[in-house]
Design a binder for this molecule. Structure first.
Ligand SMILES: Cc1cc2nc3c(=O)[nH]c(=O)nc-3n(C[C@H](O)[C@H](O)[C@H](O)COP(=O)(O)OP(=O)(O)OC[C@H]3O[C@@H](n4cnc5c(N)ncnc54)[C@H](O)[C@@H]3O)c2cc1C
Length: 452
């Protein structure tokens, strides 16, 4: 076994500067901070060495040589799913491995290990094809499939990882091989749980789907002022509405309380808001008919549902694409208890908290044709809570002085206590009312400090 000595990072940097084609950066180098940064600002990578891979050979060289020097390697792409900051060893960044090649006849894409879904969407569009991507195209395509991958059109199309044909995997002991359906447990583990330390996916082959006619957008409803508990009626309507929907329609309910701040549009300032995101494989007439019960339940303050191209995916979830400091926790549940929806209408607190309820079922409930480790085939909803945290408190490590009063103190056993999660308004507490219906947790929606 190789043991490191103190100048190992320095010697490895000198060696790799001659052999890898991407940047090799020490903490004192210009570009080090930029190369190690990502979407999650509540955590920071501070390794002894950062190396940007440009080719699969770079990945292979870095893994092999770091192992020889006894240095651990942390893999970093966009940082959307970051759970801990690397404090030592090597950070291997993948964003330059972003090539995408589409085979329109086979309806597949060869996707680089660092490509984002936007890269794939752009490459597939000229062929009338779309990938099984989700709410935000800046997320890494390969990393997203490790959690199963809950797409914009998840109910008609199924889990993204159902469409993965193979991964090209490189490891520290010099192995480079295609891992596919013939690899049993390893292929199953990658699709739903992800790689083990030291395994890097340099390429993935993923199936694409016909774009077809699409309708998408969101209906925003006012639940009342943040000074008082919100009216939960619309949340109950959403629940009942989802019970009768065909698999062609994918929807998600987002609940949040907006502070009374000048820069916000007047209809959001100091208001509790529920927004139903809708994506339909079907016609405008189908959309009108299927969404009518929601429009009838209450007049939306905003209604953006309209025919769309897949490339306009952002209008469905209307999520901010800017980097931030946040913690995300979730529960997979088999029902939405009325009392849980009542408590959701009171969501709020000193920090920004958002709860998303994604409707599952449809093709997501289909048994996997090739075994995988996806959590959620037996769930009807994913309830995901995100809290904004103060990056100054969460980087470097710190513990808040108190948990806000508005967050329930006891939390489900499987979720970290808000205090341990180092947050000012822990998301786990907001999930507690849903916990009796829990059937699992989705690893892809656990993000940020305290979730490692
Ligand atoms: C705003 C936002 C929206 C999201 N929307 C959705 C959604 O709609 N549906 C959904 O299912 N998920 C969604 N997610 C979750 C997202 O899929 C996960 O956070 C995923 O882990 C992000 O992967 P990444 O590569 O972009 O992030 P990173 O943080 O760079 O990587 C996540 C993990 O995967 C590892 N990794 C990444 N690429 C590789 C590789 N090629 N080889 C080996 N290891 C690798 C990294 O080491 C890290 O441990 C969303 C997340 C955010 C923050």
């Amino acid at each position: 076994m190789t043991h490191r000595n103190d100048d190992a990072p320095h010697r490895l940097a000198e060696e790799l500067a001659q052999s890898v084609t991407g940047p090799v950066l020490r903490p004192e180098d210009t570009g080090y901070a930029r190369e190690s940064a990502g979407f999650q600002l509540g955590l920071r990578h501070r390794p002894e060495l950062v190396i940007g891979a440009r080719t699969a050979t770079d990945v292979w060289t870095v893994l092999r040589r770091a192992a020889a020097y006894g240095l651990p390697v942390t893999v970093h792409n966009t940082g959307h799913g970051m759970r801990a900051g690397a404090e030592r060893g090597v950070l291997l960044t993948l964003r330059r491995l972003n090539a995408v090649t589409v085979d329109p006849v086979a309806a597949t894409a060869r996707v680089g290990g660092g490509a984002t879904w936007d890269d794939v969407i752009v490459a597939a569009a000229p062929h009338g094809l779309v990938p099984p991507s989700g709410s935000l195209g800046t997320v890494g395509a390969v990393g997203y499939t490790f959690g199963g991958g809950l797409g914009l059109l998840a109910r008609p199309d199924g889990w993204a990882c159902d469409h993965v044909r193979s991964y090209t995997v490189v490891t520290g002991d010099g192995e480079e091989r295609e891992v596919g359906p013939g690899d049993g447990e390893r292929f199953a583990r990658l699709r739903g749980s992800g790689p083990v330390p030291g395994e890097v996916v340099t390429e993935m082959t993923v199936g694409l789907l016909p774009e077809g006619p699409l309708q998408g957008g969101g209906l925003t409803f006012d639940l009342g002022t943040t000074d008082a508990p919100g009216d939960p009626a619309l949340l109950h309507t959403f629940h009942e509405w989802t019970l009768g929907l065909p698999a062609e329609l994918t929807s998600a309910l987002r609940v949040m309380a907006f502070p009374d701040l000048d820069f916000l549009p007047p209809h959001l300032r100091g208001r509790r808001i529920a927004r139903v995101a809708i994506a339909l494989r079907g016609s405008a007439e189908d959309a009108e008919r299927l969404v009518a019960p929601l429009r009838k339940a209450a007049p939306p303050v905003e209604d953006t549902l309209a025919p769309m191209r897949f490339a306009e995916y952002a209008r469905v979830h209307a999520e901010p694409a800017d980097a931030g400091a946040f913690i995300g926790e979730n529960l997979l549940v088999d029902t939405l208890a009325p009392s849980a929806l009542d408590s959701l209408a009171g969501l709020g607190g000193p920090g920004l908290v958002i709860v998303n309820v994604r409707h599952l079922g449809g093709a997501l409930a289909r048994p996997a044709r090739v075994p995988d480790t996806v959590a959620g085939r037996d769930a009807r909803y994913l309830v995901a809570a995100i809290s904004q945290v103060d990056p100054d408190l969460s980087v470097p490590k710190s513990v808040p002085k108190s948990v806000p009063k508005s967050v329930p103190k006891s939390v489900p056993k499987s979720l970290p206590n808000p205090a341990e999660a180092r947050t000012q308004a822990g998301p786990a507490g907001w999930l507690e009312p849903f916990a009796p219906a829990r059937v699992g947790v989705s690893p892809g929606f656990r993000m940020g400090p305290g979730t490692a």
